[in-house]
Design a protein around this ligand. Sequence first.
Ligand SMILES: [Ca+2]
Ligand SMILES: [Ca+2]
Length: 177
Amino acid sequence: MRTEAINRVRLVFSLFDANGNGRLEAEDFDLMSSRVVEAASGSDESAKTAMRVAFRRYWETLAAELDADGDGRISYDEYVRCVLSPERFDATIAAFADALAALGSPAGDGLVARPRFVALMLAIGFDRPNIDALFDAFGPTETDHIPVATWVEGIKDYYAPEKADIPGDLLVGSPAA
Ligand SMILES: [Ca+2]
Ligand SMILES: [Ca+2]
């Protein structure tokens, strides 16, 4: 198990605990979903609906796979076990990544502008310096865009337990000066 992967998982757990009670539950994903969709001004309704569906599926997958004590909530100890069987989450993560990155490109041109990326990542709860560091690591164009596909792959890598020294690690802690 890579330390970097555990750090990434810990960060996601803290952000997805949107109501801050130390457990993941359906309400957290509803809150997060609302925040992200609200930040996606300019996206069409079908893209917003796809995001809501992806968040719901995300929660339902966690509840089905990780709620070891069956109390309808996911503790951190339950959540961290997701890294032991990542293949069970691949399809859910892929759908989530596609929906999120699609919100980043409302024009449907396959490109995500930095302000849009920042707005969506702030809505999830990441810190601004980390978000900018990640965007820079994705190698933006001269017009400060990244391809949707780059973001999708970055999200999948973020959740891959065997990956280290990836752009997504820049979301954890303070970005290097
Ligand atoms: Ca919670
Ligand atoms: Ca539980």
